[in-house]
Design a protein around this ligand. Structure first.
Ligand SMILES: NC(=O)c1ccc[n+]([C@@H]2O[C@H](COP(=O)([O-])OP(=O)(O)OC[C@H]3O[C@@H](n4cnc5c(N)ncnc54)[C@H](OP(=O)(O)O)[C@@H]3O)[C@@H](O)[C@H]2O)c1
Length: 427
């Protein structure tokens, strides 16, 4: 019985097969097999990046190879192959603020020059590969720096400008941060009517990089007629005279080293006695020059602390302006931390000062993000001043970026005369 059922089933299956006429599987030729690809290839590529980073203030920075720029780029971005990076005290302040090891590297450098190597789809009308550029890349909280072989730039967030052909890559890299800061400080003063032809200006830290740009702006752009009074070292005076020989008679140098902890004293004497005492470089004999400027209408303080501030009654004219980029504590690049608060008790000083001495105190903070540019078009105006050679960047030293430790040590001493620049390798 069972045999009969099995035979019937086999018979049935045979008929089914014949009825459907299923073709025998064909042998597929090799070349057809090669063409058949199960999934399409994904066109994802990366630009490899060499990146100078630190993990905390306690460990020296090192090169990292972990960053990769994914291409195709987002539509609104550019890639710049970095040629030069200029360092600023803020780089040290950012590093000083990382007291514990981070689990990711934090980058160095806020300004740069370089060449565009990739352009996002939406930016083709404005930028092209091969364009030489310089700019600011200010992302301290995200930990991105410019000391990388390539950076991904968003022109809507990061100030980026075409590099004029008359400005070299090294000078371009050191221009925008301090020029931008100086321009915005002075632009604000001008809008308050403080840069009239009667302006009598004192600069504390006459050879700081911000001051070097401020001096050029005041004399060549705002055309302030009065002499500028600069607190700087003797070497600083020689340095400024050699770079700006045409300004020799436009500047009064007061040696801060000679007066160490009472820098207000020679200034006060100058105002009260209506004469400037300087010393002959060869004989050491005192020389007297008349001074009729009176009290200052503007004090620009790029060194910080109370030394001048506590004598504003003797130094600053009524309704004068006191602007500092540093604040209540004198700058110390080895210790200062990024975005440190002013002395809380001294915050009251602003009100106190206003009531008693009637002056305008500003602790200036430069935010170079592109979204603030439209406020006064500072980036475009600075670009014009650079291109027309009204202002120039003075470079102190250039290091290969592999010598970053020497560069940082030099900057940290706080005695550079001009910008400290890194040459970035092509990677
Ligand atoms: N808040 C902001 O938005 C902002 C923006 C830019 C800069 N800053 C701050 O502004 C300060 C200046 O920055 P920078 O890059 O222009 O500085 P810098 O170029 O590093 O300043 C170095 C210069 O300072 C001079 N110097 C040092 N001690 C001095 C003193 N006691 N009196 C007079 N001159 C002195 C040195 O001259 P000698 O060697 O001849 O003494 C040297 O030429 C820094 O603290 C920086 O962080 C703040």
């Amino acid at each position: 019985m069972a045999d009969r059922i099995i035979a019937k089933r086999d018979e049935f299956l045979r008929t089914q097969t014949i009825e459907h006429d299923v073709p025998a599987p064909r042998e597929i030729p090799q070349e057809e097999l090669m063409r058949r690809v199960p999934r399409p290839l994904r066109h994802v590529k990366f630009i490899p990046v060499k990146n100078l980073v630190f993990f905390s203030r306690n460990n020296p920075p090192a090169f990292s190879y972990e960053t990769k720029i994914k291409i195709p780029l987002p539509k609104d971005k550019l890639v710049v192959q970095v040629r030069n990076v200029a360092l600023n005290p803020v780089d040290l302040k950012i590093m000083n603020s990382y007291t514990r090891n981070m689990n990711r590297g934090v980058g160095f450098g806020r300004e740069y020059s370089g060449v565009i190597t990739e352009v996002g789809e939406n930016l083709h009308g404005q930028w092209k590969e091969g364009d030489e550029v310089y700019g600011l890349f200010y992302h301290p909280n995200l930990g991105y720096g410019t000391a990388q072989s390539s950076i991904e730039v968003s022109p809507s967030k990061d100030v980026i400008l075409p590099k004029p052909s008359n400005v070299g890559f090294q000078a371009a890299s050191g221009t925008l941060f301090c020029l931008g800061a100086a321009f915005n400080i002075l632009d604000d003063l001008e809008s308050k009517g403080q840069l009239s032809e009667k302006a009598n200006i004192l600069i504390n830290g006459g050879t700081t990089s911000v001051a070097i740009f401020a001096i050029q702006l005041l004399k060549y752009h705002y055309r302030i007629p009065n002499k500028l009074v600069l607190l700087c070292s003797e070497y600083g005076a020689v340095f400024l005279k050699s770079h700006f020989p045409d300004l020799c008679d436009e500047l009064i140098f007061v040696n801060y080293v000679m007066s160490a902890n009472h820098i207000h004293k020679p200034l006060q004497d100058m105002i009260n006695n209506r004469e400037i005492i300087s010393y002959d470089a060869v004989t050491g004999q005192p020389l007297s020059t008349p001074y009729n400027g009176g009290k200052f209408t503007v004090i620009l303080d790029f060194i910080g602390g109370y030394q001048l501030l506590s004598h504003t009654d003797a130094l600053l004219a009524k309704n004068g302006a006191y602007v500092t980029t540093v604040g209540d504590y004198r700058a110390n690049y080895s210790k200062d931390v990024y975005n440190a608060w002013d002395n809380p008790s001294a915050n009251g000083r602003k009100i106190f000062g206003k009531l008693l001495w009637a002056f305008d105190y500003t602790h200036f903070h430069f935010d170079p993000n592109a979204k603030y540019v439209s406020r006064n078009d500072w980036a475009e105006k600075c670009a014009e001043l650079v291109e027309s050679e009204v202002v120039k960047c003075i470079i102190d030293k250039v290091y290969d970026w592999k010598q970053f430790e020497d560069a940082l040590d030099y900057l940290k001493k706080g005695h550079s005369h001009g910008k400290v620049v890194l040459d970035v390798e092509k990677f």
